[in-house]
Design a protein around this ligand. Sequence first.
Ligand code: ZN
Length: 316
Amino acid sequence: MFLFTTPVFKETIWGGKKLEEFDFEIPSDHTGEAWVIAAHPNGNSVIRSGEYEGRTLADVYRLHPELFGASGELGAKFPLLIKIIDAREDLSIQVHPDDAYAYSHENGSFGKTECWYVLDCEENASIVIGHNAKDHEDLVRMVREERWSDLIREIPVHPGDFFLIRPGTVHAIKGGTLILETQQNSDVTYRVYDYDRLQNGQKRPLHIEQSLDVITAPYEAPEVPDYRGLGRKITTGAEVWHLADSDYFGVDKIRVDGRFIADYSVPFLNLTVIEGEGEIDGEELKKGDSLIITNKTTKFRLEGKLTAIVSWPVKG
Ligand code: ZN
């Protein structure tokens, strides 16, 4: 079964209007995020068609856990959240807690492991991942002395790049970047530094103490499959790149040209079309569409000329 979802939009000080590229009716030219597959109190996708049309994803997940794999095994909450992010300006420099910290400090929330697939970016765009502190003491000193440019590790970014960001990793999406994010279903963010920007005349709050609690020092880059080369498989009708294996999710990029039979043995699969158009088992599919392929459909057929990012849950 396919559950097509409608996006939930978030207006932000740093957002723009590039989400229009996906045929989305965005609320303003400061639209930072489209939560395309979401079942969270702060944003809940509505099912667009079929048997569950008009229901929220959170409701369908709660009432029919069997559609999403072994009932109960993944917990009572939908485990993942998929967003498309348009950063017209820099996002704050931030960090997320792990499950244990979030559970005890944030009302039983999940922590957040996330990953970014760079859909597009301006020339000379960069992102922040990690920091230059040698150890925790060094980190505390640099933060207290507000030596942000010494602390922050900024690297260039290109369309097609992929980054896995573990809890405890300092990070920021910088202006001029369009990203598809796959993450744990959590909205807990600790803001480390916000460039002293004002929103409605006020600085947004920082969370320095929580940040110092959770930031891993020194920073160690995670191993990700070699998405530029070895992670790629060429098969009939498609190329498939295996982008991520984390404790919480797996992510692939699929580029279809012709007819491709996908076969995933996973509890369920999220799919977002990032380019092109075609069909899935005969149903029309175009750029900007998102759907969940439930466990009753492990094999499915993609046809046409399109690129999609797919993800599936891994028991944490
Ligand atoms: Zn983040």
